[in-house]
Design a protein around this ligand. Structure first.
Ligand code: TXA
Ligand code: MG
Length: 313
C-alpha cells in the first residue's frame, strides 16, 4: 500500500493524529518536503534522526503556523519582528531558546538556540494547525542525498519510515529556506528561497553571509561540503558537455534538458532537485550550465556546488 495520500480533510486529520501519537509524517512545504515529528517528543524526534541516518549533532528546524507560536519557543529581538513580516515563507530564523520552551533537546542538538520557520504552503499550514504541536522537520531525504520536492521523491528515499506522506504536488520554491541567525548581528547561515536583498529590505540594514568567529565553525552540517549529492558526478559552469555527460542547460545554453529556457532563476530553483533526481537515474555524469550568482541563483549555485563536491562515500 502506498503511503502517499492526498491532502483531503480526512487525511490531514489522520496525519495530525499520527503526529500527536509520536509518529513521523512527511508533508509538503513551499521549499521542499519535510519529515515531521512532534518537536516536544524525544522518541518521535529520535525517529527522524534514525530514518534519515542524520548525525545527531545536526539540529532540526521547528515549524509553527505563525509568529505568535514562534514566540513561545524563542526570545524575540526587534530584528525578528521586522523579519517575521516575510512569514509565512522560505525563511528560517535562528533565535535564542526561550525558558520553558518544552522542546526536545534532540531538536536543538543541545544548543541554546533554535531554528524556527513558518511555512506558507497550504497543506503545511493546515497540518500545523490541526496537529496543534510544534513540528520538527528536516528535509524528507536520507542524510546527504538530494532533497525531495515531490511526494514520490520522499517515498523513493525514505520508504515507509513516515507513517503517511501528504502529497501537495511539486514544491513551488524548490530550494530550502534561507537560514538567518539573529543570535548576534544578522547573518545568513544558508542561502535559500528568500534572497539576501529581500531580507535586507525587510530589516532595513545590511546582513552578513557565512560562518563567523561568533557562530563558530558552522554548527550546521547542511553547510558541510558534500551534501545534496546525486549518485552521478556533477561538473559546474559547463558551457558545453563532453560526450559521456548529460548537459543541464539554463537560458541560452539549451543543454539536453534545461532548468529554465528563458533564464528565469525562480523557475530554475523550482526545477532543480526534480531534474537532478531524474538525471541521477541515468547514472551519467552531469554537466551544468553557468547559473547567475544573484537572487535565488545564489541558493541554486550553493546546492550545485555541494552536489559537485567530492564525497567520502
Ligand atoms: O526549507 C527548509 O528549511 C526545509 C523544510 C522542510 O522546512 N527544512 C530543511 O531542514 O532544510 P534541514 O534539516 O535539511 O536543514 C536544517 C538546517 C541544518 O543545516 C541545521 O544544521 C540548521 O538548519 N540548524 C538548525 N538549528 C540550528 C541552530 N540552532 N543554529 C544553526 N543552524 C541550525
Ligand atoms: Mg536537508
Amino acid at each position: 500500500m502506498s503511503l502517499i495520500a492526498d491532502p483531503s480533510p480526512i487525511n490531514l486529520r489522520r496525519a495530525a493524529r499520527l503526529l500527536q501519537d509520536g509518529r513521523l509524517v512527511a508533508f509538503p512545504t513551499e521549499t521542499v518536503y519535510g519529515l515531521g515529528a512532534d518537536a516536544r517528543n524525544d522518541h518521535a524526534v529520535a525517529a527522524i534522526y534514525a530514518a534519515k541516518a542524520r548525525p545527531s549533532f545536526n539540529p532540526l528546524i521547528v515549524h509553527v503556523p505563525d509568529a505568535d507560536a514562534a514566540r513561545r519557543y524563542a526570545h524575540w529581538p526587534k530584528s525578528a519582528q521586522a523579519l517575521a513580516s516575510l512569514w509565512p515563507g522560505a525563511l528560517t530564523l535562528v533565535l535564542p531558546l526561550a525558558e520553558g520552551h518544552g522542546l526536545s533537546p534532540l531538536v536543538t542538538a543541545g544548543l541554546d538556540s533554535v531554528a524556527i520557520r513558518v511555512p506558507g504552503a497550504p497543506v503545511a499550514q493546515r497540518l500545523l494547525r490541526a496537529a496543534k504541536a510544534p513540528v520538527a522537520a528536516p528535509s524528507a531525504n536520507p542524510s546527504g542525498r538530494l532533497s525531495p520536492t515531490t511526494a514520490q521523491h520522499v517515498a523513493a528515499g525514505l520508504g515507509d519510515a513516515p507513517s503517511i506522506i501528504l502529497d501537495g504536488g511539486p514544491c513551488r520554491v524548490g530550494v530550502e529556506s534561507t537560514i538567518l541567525s539573529l543570535l548576534g548581528a544578522p547573518r545568513i547561515l544558508r542561502p535559500g528561497g528568500v534572497p539576501k536583498e529581500t531580507l535586507e529590505a525587510a530589516l532595513g540594514a545590511p546582513i552578513e553571509v557565512g560562518p563567523s568567529e561568533a557562530t563558530g565553525p558552522m554548527r550546521a552540517p547542511g553547510q558541510l561540503s558534500s551534501h545534496y549529492a546525486p549518485q552521478a558526478a556533477v561538473r559546474l559552469n559547463a558551457r558545453t558537455a563532453r560526450k559521456d555527460e548529460v548537459h543541464l542547460g539554463f537560458g541560452d545554453i539549451a543543454g539536453d534538458v534545461t532548468l529554465s529556457a528563458s533564464g528565469n532563476l525562480i523557475e530554475a530553483a523550482a526545477a532543480l532537485f526534480d531534474t537532478l533526481h531524474q538525471l541521477d537515474a541515468h547514472a551519467r555524469p552531469i554537466a551544468v550550465a553557468p547559473i547567475p550568482e544573484r537572487g535565488v541563483g545564489i541558493a541554486i549555485n550553493d546546492r550545485l556546488r555541494r552536489a559537485a563536491a567530492p564525497r567520502s562515500t
